[in-house]
Design a binder for this molecule. Structure first.
Ligand SMILES: *Cc1c(COP(=O)(O)O)cnc(C)c1O
Length: 372
């Protein structure tokens, strides 16, 4: 059986360093707001090429805190609009709602599955204040084009980089820059299955904007400027020392893991050839980090069952689009045909750095033998 992602197997590659880091943290007696978090924040900011990194409890909070901070700083006000992809993990959209702002969904490009400057431009109104660019599956959005559009319209540009740790631009003016440094602020998730995963929940905000960084850090710590002095009606959303210690063990391997992910993707591109299955487009202009390798087929449910019979586990990212969720019943009358088509056809095949070449070849052979 090839599991979609076997985290036990995945994290075993970091033994005994993970256990040692846990032990040291336990013995330190410091579990919050300590040296592991500070060290990780500095290391991750440097990795992304951002001036500031603020650890948070999870990725959803990271995105929410960015927007809440802008509301507190007077950059936007409750009810203002934030443009989001119609086809994203719902957390991107929940963050906008949680900050008291109004998410405005737009259709993605049907090939890249990411939002485009043209699609976003058509949705801008005089209440729009920000664009949430989701680097879905590990593929960067057109950040150059979105950056120009944001500048022309006085909008903030946020990256939802929860699936794109280490993804970098390989051509144009942003060439060489990584996710986390491509907009005004970025939110990352360290959910265990992400490209950089903790041993529980974790997340962070990266930004070059010092005022924003300070506000995010304060809001995430009860809204306090210092202990018992509260400027904002804040919350408690902090990365803890145990998670930071685990992330410090794994961060030095992120780049080589992403390279391995790309190697596996290259093997899939070369090997999978079945007229019933379409592959994602190759990544012109940026280094995709393949958090997810998404194939598309009108026979998705049959293919998923077929692969399972062959001992290959797959997942669907995602089965129900946000505008069809009860949580967003105000959108139930809206129609997003591209988003709906992607949700009907998407199938995520196993791709992670712990896979062997022979497992990858087994997946290829199974996909190639699929018939109606
Ligand atoms: C995982 C994820 C999030 C949320 O991160 P959590 O740490 O699970 O809260 C947000 N956006 C996207 C695109 C994600 O994949």
């Amino acid at each position: 059986m090839i599991a979609y992602l076997d985290l036990k197997n995945y994290n075993r590659r970091y033994e005994p360093q993970l256990s040692e880091a846990m032990l040291q943290t336990i013995r330190s007696g410091r579990y919050l707001l300590g040296s592991q978090v500070e060290e990780f924040e500095n290391a991750f900011a440097a990795f992304c090429g951002a001036s500031h990194c603020i650890g948070t409890a999870n990725g959803l909070d990271a995105l929410t805190l960015i927007l809440r901070a802008w509301v507190e700083l007077g950059v936007m006000k409750p009810g203002d609009e934030v443009i989001v992809p119609a086809n994203t993990f719902i957390a991107s959209i929940l963050a906008v709602s949680a900050a008291g702002l109004t998410p405005v969904p737009v259709e993605p490009d049907p090939c890249t599955c990411t939002i485009t400057p043209d699609g976003v431009a058509a949705a801008i109104t005089d209440r729009t204040r920000a664009i949430m660019a989701v680097h879905l599956y590990g593929r960067l959005c057109d950040m150059e084009g979105l950056g120009v559009l944001a500048a022309q319209n006085g909008l903030k540009l946020i990256e939802d980089a929860a699936q794109a740790h280490g993804a970098s631009v390989s051509s144009g003016p942003l060439s060489g820059k990584r996710s986390g440094s491509l907009g005004d602020a970025a939110g990352f998730s360290f959910y265990p299955g992400k490209n950089l995963g903790a041993l529980g929940d974790g997340g962070c905000v990266t930004t070059d904007d010092e005022e924003l960084a300070t506000a995010v850090r304060r809001i995430a710590n009860y809204g306090s400027i210092r202990k018992y002095v509260n400027r904002y009606k804040g919350c408690n959303s902090r990365l803890d020392e145990i998670q930071a210690a685990a992330l410090l063990v794994k961060l030095p391997f992120l780049e080589s893991e992403n390279i391995r992910r790309r190697e596996i993707a290259t093997r899939y591109f070369a090997g999978i050839s079945n007229p019933l299955i379409s592959l994602p487009p190759s990544d012109a202009g940026s280094a995709h980090v393949y958090h997810i390798f998404a194939v598309h087929t009108p026979y998705r449910d049959q293919l998923q069952r077929f692969l399972l019979d062959q001992g290959i586990e797959t997942l669907i990212h995602y089965p129900v689009p946000p505008h069809r969720q009860e949580a967003y019943s105000e959108w139930s009358q809206l129609s997003f045909p591209v988003t709906e088509m992607l949700h009907d056809r998407e199938l995520s095949i196993p791709l992670n750095p712990a896979m062997t070449d022979s497992q990858v070849d087994q997946v290829i052979a199974a996909l190639n033998s699929f018939r109606l």
